[in-house]
Design a protein around this ligand. Structure first.
Ligand code: FAD
Length: 305
């Protein structure tokens, strides 16, 4: 199934992100995690591709296939093009197609620390154009409510985003953010630039101190005062910090759903306990909102009320 079709039927799509186990670990090690994530009934699960430079690339296809075949969950395979070649990308697309994976999150990938890009690709739009040459995949892309770290300013980033979307993107997933007002501003700006496709909000529950430094390094995300207070208050109490981090993510999600977000993409960090707690807090609200949309579609008279 193309994920863009899920957006047609739901007011709020709820999806999860996982990363593949390291190459030296048996794939069976992730079975329990996936079974628990299936229990919370996501619309689809995305699988990262060598995120953070780790050598986990080959396992994206393997894990995406497992999600579809063993767990009957729609998969979104991340694919990065930096330091790759068109032949290599074609090879991976063939593998994905042979395994009946129908959706790709097309990404450039982070530049190496040296800043020098090797290979044939400089930006994600080139990968998107290549994927779109066949009609084999639905395509998602990344976007940045606070602007991408390399962009001079938001206007420049939005211009590039518009170009990328026009290359054939079905929907966007945002970088994590901790202040919803930044997402709302971005959504409005994107709309003003003519970007009308669904935008799923990427939510990262911060449940330990180590994550904070990593987030700053990778995304440069802004932390609001109330978030900082939580981190400061509970930094030496792991259980309280986890509880507070989950509560913060839930509060963000409820506010986003109430503001007509198209979807929530939860960065699970392969932690089903956290994902379960969040879904059990917001699942019934999402079902309610999605039920309203279905009733409106099936009963024209309700539109008039
Ligand atoms: P692009 O869209 O190419 O943008 C990169 C920069 O180039 C931006 O500053 C943009 O403004 C600029 N730009 C774009 N087009 C042009 C142009 N035509 N001319 C000049 N400048 C241009 N990384 C991984 O390695 N593996 C993953 O699995 C992964 N998953 C991710 C999932 C999500 C939801 C997100 C938000 C990010 C993910 N990343 C992942 C990180 C991502 O690869 C990096 O943020 C990367 O630096 C940019 O990727 P992009 O696809 O957004 O690139």
């Amino acid at each position: 199934m193309r994920i863009k079709d899920i957006f047609e039927t739901k007011q709020v799509v709820f999806s999860l992100e996982v990363f593949p186990p390291s190459p030296e670990v048996a794939i069976e090690n992730i079975y329990q995690t996936l079974a628990e994530l299936k229990d919370i009934d996501p619309d689809y699960i995305s699988v990262t591709y060598g995120a953070g430079g780790a050598i986990k690339k080959n396992r994206t296809v393997e894990l995406s296939t497992l999600l579809k075949e063993k767990y009957d969950i729609e998969a979104l395979a991340h694919l990065t093009c930096i330091n790759s070649s068109p032949q290599n990308i074609d090879r991976i697309m063939t593998e994905l197609k042979n395994n009946k994976i129908e959706n790709i999150l097309a990404l450039r990938g982070d530049k190496p620390i040296s800043g020098e890009i090797q290979g044939d690709y400089t930006h994600a739009w080139q990968l998107i154009e290549q994927i779109k040459q066949s009609n084999d995949f639905g395509v998602a892309a990344a976007c940045y409510p606070e602007g991408h770290l390399e962009a001079q300013n938001m206007q420049e980033d939005l211009n590039h985003l518009k170009y990328k979307v026009e290359a054939g993107v079905d929907y966007l997933i945002t970088q994590m953010f901790f202040d919803n007002s930044l997402f709302y501003r971005f959504r409005e700006q994107a709309n003003n630039y003519g970007i009308k496709i669904p935008i799923e909000a990427g939510i990262m529950p911060v449940i330990n101190k180590k994550q904070v430094g990593k987030i700053i390094e990778l995304s440069g995300a802004y932390f609001p005062e109330k978030f900082k207070r939580i981190m400061l208050k509970y930094q030496d109490n792991p259980v309280a910090l986890q509880d507070a981090g989950i509560a913060y993510a839930i509060e963000q999600i409820v506010d986003l759903i109430s503001s007509e977000v198209d979807g929530i993409h939860l960065y699970t960090m392969n932690n089903p306990y956290v994902a379960k707690r969040i879904k059990s807090a917001v699942g019934s609200l999402i079902s309610h909102i999605n039920g309203l949309k279905n009733r409106q579609k099936n009963s024209p008279s309700l539109d008039k009320e």
